[in-house]
Write a protein that binds this ligand. Structure first.
Ligand SMILES: [Zn+2]
Length: 660
């Protein structure tokens, strides 16, 4: 099958898709060696280039207009699209003028060449492709508030974001650009979302991003929050398996394509979703590889990713980029949900650091552009010969990346990028305004309900020891709720621990959109604090294991003494730590008390945590193997019940954790 003889036999259409893939790299050589007179123009000539452009990118209608019979055009389109009937996917045949000759015949091709040569429309030219990129959208349908809305510009802080404004800015940038535009993203579009999206399993966000015009996104760690089946349902559609659909409209799934290179189903050895896609613009093609961070298992609860393997980012990207180059793409863009940080403004790159710097350094020269994410930072960097961008989070920024491509075979000629603020100026996109109104009407009865009240703002502002008022409140709520759930019959939980990253918004006195009185807390506000829908579980740890767990706040790869990850503790726990002590001794063991009694190393303590921590999340490996029992309660439900049972809450006083 791999020989040119097979192709001369006119059996192109009979070849299986896999065989087409196998011969793809050989075709270039085969056509170069082909001898004999041809009625077709030289591929390097202007007419030859125009002919190829028409064949490879012309629509069915355009090819019929050029005089090809409709039946022949349909046959050609079948070859171009591959077995799945969609262009730009992995099963597409490698097509060129030679393969067209096999399908259409030389005489027809010669007439087509004459026809395209008469028109300017098919002339090979420079293509200016615009990519509009964002990342870590996190279901920010409503304009985000607080620090999640701020972009620090040279003129001062600006409030930005809101999906209807994102759509407006995308439309403006699209209209202002003379060439084609593609909208791409780098993951965490869903998961850890506000209640309007989370209440409906993030279906509202998928629908909204389709309306924004999103074409392609990598998965991020949060795409796995609800497990692989839910991720696949987001892509393919269908109602939620237990809760059904929100209304009679049903859920169609994303029109945009999720990519998941390096996310391998261990049962089959296959990637869970396509690793890449190729998009054609005239005669040039651009390959997009999408991936999440290899460290995803450390930041997603273990039960959500059972049976999945997450492979090294650079190795995976390089392997797929080589495949794409072998198919002759003109540029390769990697959408990766991993990032870095820097010291400059949102459109700059000053002293870049972090994982993406190391990953870019290991990426091959096949890769031109890297759209990154995960760190919620904003930058436009040049790293190891690649343009590397990121656009903060919550739809506050959109990156406009311009790629200058040459249709006549010159490939990528230039590239540049600018981060634009998604300002709330002009008209929000009316299609998004309507979509949000529809979802809001469905959510209103649930989320506008007042569930409690606070006497003063309860925030995530940490003390020097890493304690925060809201974190303390969440830990107290979890211990109280777990004790309620266990009741008098079961073994009483002793204490609660909460990961700081899971406390996502402050509780503020000011009224929200629902117009409740100042101090009143709506379900929506409580949900914003605890949006992950984790189960509450009770793990059994000895005092010695508990000490080891506390020590892991300061070590173990990511939790370092400079940036400790101090767990929030319930009110009955006290301890002191010091940063300058040697590793393994930072928590002063003799200071740890539970209910006023010194920690007993041999005693088993029943510790309330969420299922993310219980699975060893945030690299707290001491928890991963501990015996765990579910309380059957979601963390958000525990928090809401606590607020209901404790009206007029004051911020918890500091002093649980001390630093020396
Ligand atoms: Zn992330």
């Amino acid at each position: 099958v791999g020989s040119s003889a097979g192709r001369r036999g006119g059996r192109w259409l009979a070849l299986a898709a896999t065989a087409l893939l196998a011969v793809a790299p050989l075709l270039g050589c085969a056509s170069a060696e082909r001898a004999g007179p041809s009625a077709l123009p030289d591929p390097g000539s202007a007419v030859g280039c125009a002919l190829e452009k028409a064949l490879l990118s012309g629509s069915s209608e355009a090819l019929v207009d050029l005089g090809l019979p409709a039946g022949e055009v349909a046959r050609w389109m079948t070859v171009r699209r591959g077995p799945d009937g969609v262009e730009g996917t992995e099963d597409d045949a490698w097509v060129d003028v030679d393969s067209a000759r096999e399908v259409l015949g030389e005489a027809r091709l010669a007439r087509l060449a004459a026809e395209v040569g008469r028109s300017d429309r098919w002339r090979c030219d420079a293509v200016s492709l615009q990519l509009l990129a964002f990342n870590d959208f996190h279901g920010a349908l409503e304009p985000p508030s607080g620090s999640g809305a701020i972009v620090r510009t040279a003129a001062g802080p600006v409030e930005a974001g809101g999906v209807a404004w994102l759509a407006t800015r995308v439309r403006e940038l699209r209209e202002a650009h003379p060439g084609p535009t593609l909208v791409v993203a780098a993951g965490d579009l869903i998961g850890a979302t506000p209640v309007l999206s989370a209440l409906f399993h993030d279906e509202p966000t998928i629908e909204a991003l389709d309306l924004v015009g999103l074409d392609i996104s990598s998965v991020g760690n949060h795409e796995f929050d609800a497990g692989r089946d839910e991720l696949l349902r987001k892509q393919r559609g269908g109602c939620h398996p237990t809760e059904g659909c929100a209304d009679a409209r049903g859920f169609a799934g994303a029109r945009f394509q999720y990519l998941a290179a390096g996310v391998v189903d261990e049962a089959t050895g296959e990637e869970l979703l396509p690793p890449w896609t190729v998009r054609r613009f005239g005669r040039v093609r651009v390959g997009f590889i999408g991936m999440t961070l290899a460290g995803t298992p450390a930041v997603v609860k273990a039960e959500s990713i059972v049976g999945l393997r997450f492979e090294d980012e650079a190795t995976t990207a390089n392997r797929h980029a080589a495949e794409l180059r072998a198919r002759g793409v003109d540029a390769v863009v990697v959408l990766i949900h991993e990032g870095g940080r820097h010291e400059g403004g949102f459109d700059a790159c000053v002293d870049p650091a972090g994982a993406i710097v190391r990953i870019a350094g290991r990426m091959s020269a096949d890769i031109d552009v890297v759209v990154s994410g995960h760190t919620h930072q904003a930058y436009v960097c040049e790293l190891s010969g690649k343009l590397v961008t990121s656009a903060a989070s919550n739809g506050r920024l959109v990156t406009a990346i311009e790629l200058a491509l040459d249709e006549a075979g010159g490939g990528l000629q230039g590239r540049r990028a600018t981060n634009h603020v998604v300002s709330r100026e002009g008209e929000p996109d009316p299609r998004l305004v309507e979509l949000l109104a529809r979802w809001r009407a469905l959510a209103g009865p649930v989320v506008g309900r007042v569930v409690g009240a606070i006497a003063a703002d309860i925030t995530r502002r940490p003390t020097a020891a890493g304690e925060t008022p809201l974190g303390s409140l969440v830990a107290d709520a979890q211990l109280w709720a777990a004790r309620e759930a266990v009741g008098a019959s079961g073994a009483r939980p002793d204490l609660a621990l909460m990961n700081p990253g899971g406390v996502r918004a402050d509780l503020i006195v000011e009224s929200s959109d629902f117009g409740e009185p100042p101090g009143a807390i709506t379900y929506a506000e409580a949900f914003a604090v605890q949006p992950f829908r984790n189960d509450l579980v009770v793990v059994s740890l000895t005092g010695a294991q508990l000490l080891e767990l506390l020590e892991q706040q300061f070590g173990y790869v990511r939790n370092t003494p400079d940036r400790p990850r101090v767990l929030h503790v319930s009110a009955n726990v006290r301890y002191t730590w010091r940063a300058d002590a040697p590793a393994g001794e930072r928590v002063l063991a003799e200071t740890v008390t539970v209910d006023g009694a010194p920690l007993a190393r041999d005693r088993v303590y029943r510790v309330v945590v969420n299922s993310f921590l219980a699975g060893g999340g945030d690299r707290f490996s001491a928890l991963a193997d501990a015996p765990a029992e579910s309380t059957g309660m979601l963390d958000v439900d525990a928090f809401v019940r606590y607020l209901e049972a404790h009206p007029d809450l004051d911020p918890p006083a500091p002093g649980r954790i001390h630093r020396r």
